[in-house]
Design a protein around this ligand. Structure first.
Ligand code: GLC
Length: 579
């Protein structure tokens, strides 16, 4: 409701602006009134994604825990993080790294107790950190008591909480999310005597979200965690959560029930006015409006998977044309909405929306070996080993912090952690955090850790890929990312303002201008390994020089607000435009 109100105010504001403009024929500015900065905190947040299990082990049993992460909060503060997103931490058989939940209200005993969780939240509150968590209600583990009851008896009230078919559905082997690993989306359950539906692995039966009882249960779950102090939810697998699944439906052409999200949005806001939903929905830009909601009444924020794929294409080829188009294609979102932008997350890089030849170019550069590829669409590597070149890595992070959206970084990426391709599927990029060059990278004192620590090769914790060594080195990736996070804080116009792409005269150089409340910023990135000579039209007529925010040097502007710049390979500039 609150957001609807804010959206209405903003729309009104914008439409008044538009009227003025049509009279004066100026470019339409769409500033957002500052009154809503508190509620719309995610416009300019920096989100850190972490899995408690592999972050820091406090008791020496080899598994990370809530006490461990609580001890490391100052590290996150130093990095500039004020929002954490926790991967699932509830009781689980752990066959999908916790995304197979067996109790939505509990804490996995390996990670700590309810009290440990509460203490963690108390400490984050004290330090001004918001905590978001995964909401994985598309499916449960097959070990969840609801599924156990549902498969046991036809007349169980839980039977209709899942999706069943007496006969094998015609499309039983269509629409798998993990092709190559998963064989079907309908599996026969002997005990139930029927087929059950699962978009993901066969140990993750899909919940039947059309059932109002289950929608009530989902509200109960979010209420439970909001009451415990969380600031919002990363909603897992949104398109599958809201698809209308039944024995006759076509998993390749599903229909969606968006009001499940609208109601969830309203519900969480009644309980906490600035709580948010962050959707995992890899959708085509033509569908993004449905997910954000026309007036912002669905997801406040969603991962920009679309731009992510073209960003990797640009990093691989040096060409920016398709990335520019992807940014333009994902530009039109409600004024209260925001994209969550990222380089790597905890899954494979999904390149499924690129053409075959585009994807092949990314594979050739970043994942040439078949062991690096996954599910016929992606790459299961961490960023540092993939990009290899430190200058390219710096360019990628500078672009991430300066592109439209709120940047999200996965733990370990800030120190350039490597991957372990011996581990299966996406576990390759889920190895323990590397804190120091002590045994087990200072993650744990146990003889055996929950996942192996990377201790061989150039990404070993003994080779400087650890927090302690990098803190002490001003040129380290960790310190570079800390600086970028600070820089982003000095540039609120990125999250709040209007943006437009500027002409650079180079296919390899991408420049964006932001404007907000009289403040303007121009960011320029050279995606090519070669130097580029460009002529950038800033559209500024003040005649005052630009200030380079990295080194405070000044760049004079020529007539018409143009300036020439020679950018060495893989370099970038952040310029403040003076009024
Ligand atoms: C999401 C998660 C992924 C998980 C899947 C099933 O896509 O990001 O890690 O395997 O949902 O829950």
């Amino acid at each position: 409701m609150k957001y609807l109100f804010i959206t209405l105010c903003i729309s009104l504001f914008i439409s008044c602006q538009k009227k003025d403009e049509s009279e004066s024929k100026k470019t339409p500015p769409t500033p957002i009134p500052t009154d809503f900065i508190e509620e719309l905190w995610y416009k300019n947040a920096f989100l850190y994604s972490v899995d408690v299990e592999v972050f820091k082990d406090s008791d020496g049993d080899g598994v990370g825990d809530f006490k461990g992460i609580t001890q490391q909060l100052d590290y996150l503060i130093q990095l500039g993080v004020r929002t954490i997103w926790l991967a699932p931490f509830q009781p689980t058989p752990n066959k999908d790294d916790g995304y197979d939940i067996a109790d939505f209200y509990g804490i996995d005993s390996r990670l700590g107790t309810d009290q440990d969780f509460d203490e963690f939240i108390r400490q984050t509150n004290k330090k001004g950190i918001r905590v978001m968590m995964d909401l994985v209600t598309n499916h449960t583990s097959d070990q969840h008591p609801w599924f156990k009851a549902a498969r046991q008896r036809k007349d169980s009230p839980y039977r209709s909480w899942y999706v069943w078919s007496k006969e094998q559905p015609k499309k039983w082997d269509k629409g798998m999310i993990f092709p190559g690993v998963q064989k079907e989306v309908w599996s026969y359950d002997k005990q139930a005597g029927e087929y059950f539906y699962h978009r993901f692995y066969d140990f993750q039966p899909d919940l039947n979200m059309q059932n109002p009882a289950l929608q009530r249960e989902m509200r109960k779950i979010v209420r439970h965690w909001l009451d415990k102090g969380v600031a919002g939810f990363r909603v897992d697998a949104v398109p599958f959560l809201i698809e209308i699944a039944n024995a006759d439906f076509d998993p390749e052409k599903p229909q969606y029930q968006f009001d499940i999200i609208t109601q969830l949005h309203q519900y969480i806001q009644w309980h906490k006015k600035d709580a948010i939903l962050l959707g995992e929905a890899n959708v085509d830009p033509k569908d993004q409006q449905d997910y954000f909601g026309k007036d912002g009444q669905n997801m406040q924020t969603m991962f920009n998977f679309f731009a992510n794929q073209y960003l990797f294409y640009s990093l691989a080829t040096g060409e920016t044309k398709l990335l520019k188009k992807a940014l333009e294609d994902t530009k039109a979102i409600p004024p209260t909405a925001q994209w969550a932008t990222f380089l790597r997350n905890h899954d494979e890089i999904d390149l499924g929306r690129l053409s075959d030849s585009e994807r092949d170019k990314v594979y050739a550069r970043f994942g040439p070996d078949s062991t690096m590829q996954l599910y016929d669409r992606g790459i299961r590597r961490r960023l540092a080993p993939m990009l290899g070149d430190r200058k390219l890595i710096d360019l990628a992070y500078s672009f991430l912090f300066s592109m439209p959206g709120m940047p999200v970084i996965r733990y370990g990426e800030e120190i350039g952690m490597g991957d372990d391709l011996k581990l299966k599927e996406r576990l390759s990029i889920r190895t323990p955090m590397q804190w120091s060059n002590a045994p087990n990278a200072g993650f744990s004192t146990a003889a055996k850790t929950v996942q192996p620590v990377i201790s061989q090769g150039p990404y070993s914790y003994t080779k400087g890929v650890n927090v302690a060594d990098q803190r002490a080195d001003s040129a380290s990736l960790l310190n570079q990312i800390t600086r970028l996070a600070q820089l982003r804080k000095q540039c609120p116009e990125i999250g709040w303002g209007n943006w437009e792409m500027l002409d650079t005269g180079s296919e390899q150089v991408l420049a964006i201008r932001y404007d907000w409340q009289g403040r303007s910023l121009v960011v320029v990135h050279n995606f090519s390994s070669e130097p580029q000579q460009c002529q950038i039209a800033t559209k500024t007529q003040t005649g005052r020089p630009l200030t380079d925010l990295m080194n405070n040097s000044e760049t004079p502007l020529g007539t018409g607000g143009n300036f020439a710049v020679q950018l060495p390979g893989y370099t970038f500039r952040w310029y403040r435009v003076k009024k």
